[in-house]
Design a protein around this ligand. Structure first.
Ligand code: 13P
Ligand code: 13P
Ligand code: MG
Ligand code: MG
Length: 370
């Protein structure tokens, strides 16, 4: 029997503004998923929040895109939205774009990362969740974890991962994907994923030479782009990702090392600014300064016969203090640029813009330059 690990997440109302998730919404989610576990739709679950995003972490045996799991998540978000409306929370129902559920939450607003795999004897797995950024924010850490020997020592010294991995990259503008082998095609891979607003790593697979099944992902990232779904700005596409670790895969510490840069990602205030991604504890996953800076949390589980251990809050550790301090220095530096690029995103990537109105107002005052 294979296990499916799913993260389905949505912003159904912020408390206050876009800062965090109200505890009443988490209570509703907890009750709903508890019932689903009782009726055997789920094997197990854990509810958490990163910034204003409510995160449903679930294990089950229904496979990916399972209607019963997606409708469970959808109904849970709808119920939480009602509560958010009742409490007058900010942007209640922000990420629920359609009124009628059609069997799968993909394209309806919530973010989805899920994968089905054959459990190993011991299955360490990490759920990474981000707020105030976009799916491309995962490109750099996932590349580092599975392809960069300066991050992952095992790529050099562990025979079981020395052959590298296969990356599935999506072009989210053209809705196409391509499989690329690392290290053989590493430069092609980087040529794409460096353009992180367009090309995103969707999944990582073992090579055929691995002892792990080559058709079962070892990592998956949510790639929903809300503004493309709705054709206009309706909220950010704050992503989640799942990464399995150890024996035939990068070690747990090699996963976490991928987040040690505080790398620049886009999102932050009004989804329109570049800023550092700060790894924080669940407790500290509240977006404050300039609605940020963008944050990532990591919950580590052991999965056994579909059941989850209690999570370990992996960035809740002084070993990440220096990354956080550095992210704060970068925050100070970026903020001083105010409305100037590259702190503010280039026109094409902005989620809000007044430029057409400004241009219209200035109208005939623009004179031809001879
Ligand atoms: P173990 O030998 O305890 O599995 O540890 C190996 C490892 O991956 C440490 O990074
Ligand atoms: P969220 O996408 O997290 O709701 O944030 C939106 C925003 O505009 C923050 O300034
Ligand atoms: Mg919000
Ligand atoms: Mg959010």
């Amino acid at each position: 029997m294979k296990t499916t690990f799913s993260i389905i997440k949505a912003d159904v109302g912020g408390w206050p503004g876009h800062a965090s998730v109200h505890p009443d919404l988490k209570k509703i989610a907890n009750k709903s998923l508890l019932e689903a576990r009782r009726s055997n739709i789920l094997k197990d679950f854990h509810i958490t929040a990163c910034g204003d995003d409510l995160e449903l972490i679930m294990t089950h045996t229904n496979g990916v895109d399972a209607k019963e799991v997606h409708s469970l998540a959808w109904d849970t978000f709808c119920e939480a939205t009602e509560k958010a409306r009742e409490l007058g929370l900010y942007g209640a129902g922000q990420d629920l774009l359609c009124d009628a559920f059609s069997g799968n939450v993909k394209g309806m607003g919530p973010g989805v990362a899920e994968m089905e795999f054959t459990e190993r004897k011991s299955e360490p797995i990490v759920a990474f969740m981000m707020d105030k950024t976009e799916p491309g924010a995962f490109n750099l850490p996932i590349f580092k974890i599975f392809a960069d020997p300066f991050n992952t020592a095992g790529l050099i010294i562990d025979p079981s991962i020395h052959d590298g991995f296969v990356f599935e990259v999506w072009d989210i503008l053209e809705h196409k994907n391509v499989m690329l082998n690392s290290p053989e095609e590493m430069y092609d891979l980087l040529a794409l994923i460096g353009a992180k607003s367009r090309f995103v790593i969707k999944r990582v697979f073992p090579k055929k030479t691995s002892k792990l099944p080559a058709n079962e992902p070892v990592s998956v990232i949510s790639t929903e782009k809300l503004y493309q779904i709705a054709g206009e700005y309706v909220g950010k596409d704050d992503p989640a990702g799942i990464v399995r670790a150890q024996s035939g895969l990068p070690a747990l510490g090699e996963l976490l090392e991928g987040f040690s840069l505080g790398h620049l990602v886009s999102g932050w205030m009004r989804g329109s600014h570049n800023g550092p991604l700060m790894p924080v504890s669940v407790e500290q996953a509240k977006c404050t300064r300039f609605d940020g800076p963008p944050r990532v949390i990591a919950l580590g589980f052991q999965v056994h016969e579909g059941e989850l251990t209690e999570p370990v809050d992996l960035f809740n550790d002084p070993a990440f203090d220096s990354v956080r301090v550095n992210a704060q220095h970068i925050t100070d530096y970026m903020r001083r640029h105010g409305p100037f690029e590259p702190h503010r995103l280039p026109m094409a990537d902005m989620e809000y813009t007044t430029l057409p109105k400004v241009m219209k107002k200035l109208g005939t005052r623009f004179k031809k330059v001879e």
